[in-house]
Design a protein around this ligand. Structure first.
Ligand SMILES: *[C@@H]1O[C@H](CO)[C@@H](O)[C@H](O)[C@H]1NC(C)=O
Ligand SMILES: *[C@@H]1O[C@H](CO)[C@@H](O)[C@H](O)[C@H]1NC(C)=O
Length: 194
């Protein structure tokens, strides 16, 4: 059978066996609980860069608030609201109007973490509910000096199609109502993922 062309199936099986062999070779370290892996075994191919844009709605007013203050500042001791913590389940929409298409929810909390500035610690997951990324999440953890024009926060990871994600988000306030605390913020998220 010399010279017979290798079929596609044979090729697939061969490359699978080769990567398996690679795992065994790389995996024979001293520690039994850790092994090196070929990233192809997790289906990881080319890393790509995506830009997502969301409008984030922080709603304190009305009958259905999406943000609730869960920790009040200690009476008359707080500088710049230091110590306040809010839990959020904020809609992420395609446009600045709340009635525009719902793309996901920003779930997590933020707290005022600076005594010198109005700066928050943001810890939230963007849970996507549309299209290809439905069910996947992006995790944002960072510092947000809310009255700056553009604030940058790291994307520290993700789940589902965002496994191994990393990147950053730029947040800029679209509207803010100081009487209610309601805000609409534009989030531009740049993510490297597979
Ligand atoms: C802070 O509040 C406490 C309790 O209400 C009060 O006893 C205290 O005098 C206040 N301190 C200042 C500096 O206003
Ligand atoms: C997103 O996924 C959920 C859970 O699998 C499903 O119920 C829902 O219909 C999906 N939404 C879209 C827009 O595909």
């Amino acid at each position: 059978m010399a010279g017979a062309p290798i079929s596609k199936t044979q090729l697939t099986i061969l490359s699978f066996l080769l990567s398996l062999a690679l795992v065994f070779v790389l995996g024979t370290g001293e520690d039994g609980f850790v092994r090196a892996m070929d990233r192809k075994l997790l289906g990881l191919k080319e890393e790509k860069l995506s830009h997502f844009r969301f409008y984030w709605h922080d709603i304190y007013s009305g009958k259905n608030p999406t943000a609730v203050m869960i920790i009040q500042p200690p009476a008359n001791k707080s500088k710049n609201g230091f110590g306040i913590v809010s839990m959020i389940d904020n809609p992420l929409t395609e446009g600045p109007e709340l009635s525009s298409k719902l793309l996901g929810k920003a779930q997590g909390f933020y707290g005022l973490a600076s005594q010198e500035d109005i700066a928050m610690l943001m810890a939230m997951n963007f849970h996507i509910v549309q299209g290809k990324y439905n069910g996947s999440t992006l995790t944002i953890l960072g510092r947000n000096q809310v009255f700056d024009k553009v604030r940058e926060m790291p994307v520290t990871g993700g789940s589902g199609l965002f496994r191994f994600a990393r990147g950053y988000a730029h947040a800029s306030t679209h509207t803010f109502d100081p009487s209610t605390g309601d805000a609409v913020v534009e989030y531009n998220v740049y993510v490297l993922h597979y």
